[in-house]
Write a protein that binds this ligand. Sequence first.
Ligand SMILES: Cc1cc2nc3c(=O)[nH]c(=O)nc-3n(C[C@H](O)[C@H](O)[C@H](O)COP(=O)(O)OP(=O)(O)OC[C@H]3O[C@@H](n4cnc5c(N)ncnc54)[C@H](O)[C@@H]3O)c2cc1C
Ligand code: FES
Length: 239
Amino acid sequence: MEAYRQVKILKNNQLTSDMYEMVVEVADKPEPGQFYMFSNWNGVPYLPRPFSVCDSDEKSLSILYQEVGKGTEIMTGMKPGDTISLLGPLGQGYPLKEGRVALVGGGVGIAPLLYLAKKLQGPVDVYLGFRDEAFFIDRFKEYSNKVEVSTETGSLGHKGFVTELLEDKYEAVYACGNMAMMKAVKEKIHGLLYLSLESHMACGIGACLACAQKTSQGMKTVCKDGPVFESQEVLFDNY
Ligand SMILES: Cc1cc2nc3c(=O)[nH]c(=O)nc-3n(C[C@H](O)[C@H](O)[C@H](O)COP(=O)(O)OP(=O)(O)OC[C@H]3O[C@@H](n4cnc5c(N)ncnc54)[C@H](O)[C@@H]3O)c2cc1C
Ligand code: FES
């Protein structure tokens, strides 16, 4: 089994009041939609934390992270030159489809979609939804001529939800965000739709079942069977 490795932090920049981009020295070739388990905190919190691949090249790996609790708070204090421990790449990513596709991201859920936009060959329409503070718009514009933005407060772009902008006209749609947003995407899109699920995780490799979820195909682990699932598999009973 692959082990955790210590890697060097190259950048750790604050983007908004609670969003950060961390770049680490990693020469992997992850697939879009895969993730890494990060750990650096010498026992508190005990468990490693999962973060999606936001970008990757021959020398580095980028993640976007939102400060929400103890682990991410510790990460915000890390400096270039410090080391962090990680395991990955892990999980099943987004299958790359041909034809016109759409990417729909909400908040920190835009993270895995940037690397996906980079890897897709055909025309990509991007829909990004934020509560108030938008970020990374220009990075998506490197890969798409159509980047639609919404904010719930109206601070940028359409005032409201990003799903209000989305049209049902694509060969495939890829979405990542909170479950309410992904449910709204599913209600709108009748074609092929891939969703990236979130779950609390402990091992990240299918061993502990902490992330097991009921799907239309039975119980599946988000870390090993996912995090990307076809939308027909995802049950939205509680949303
Ligand atoms: C496959 C996968 C990819 C992810 N990619 C990213 C990413 O690219 N960027 C990013 O910022 N976050 C991502 N997350 C979520 C991230 O792992 C959590 O925000 C992080 O573990 C929080 O750690 P913490 O110690 O700071 O917060 P904690 O103290 O553990 O939690 C703070 C709050 O966040 C909630 N929370 C923590 N983890 C999750 C979770 N997995 N799902 C839902 N709620 C949670 C807790 O219930 C609590 O309310 C991803 C999660 C998964 C499963
Ligand atoms: S986190 Fe252990 S099985 Fe998924």
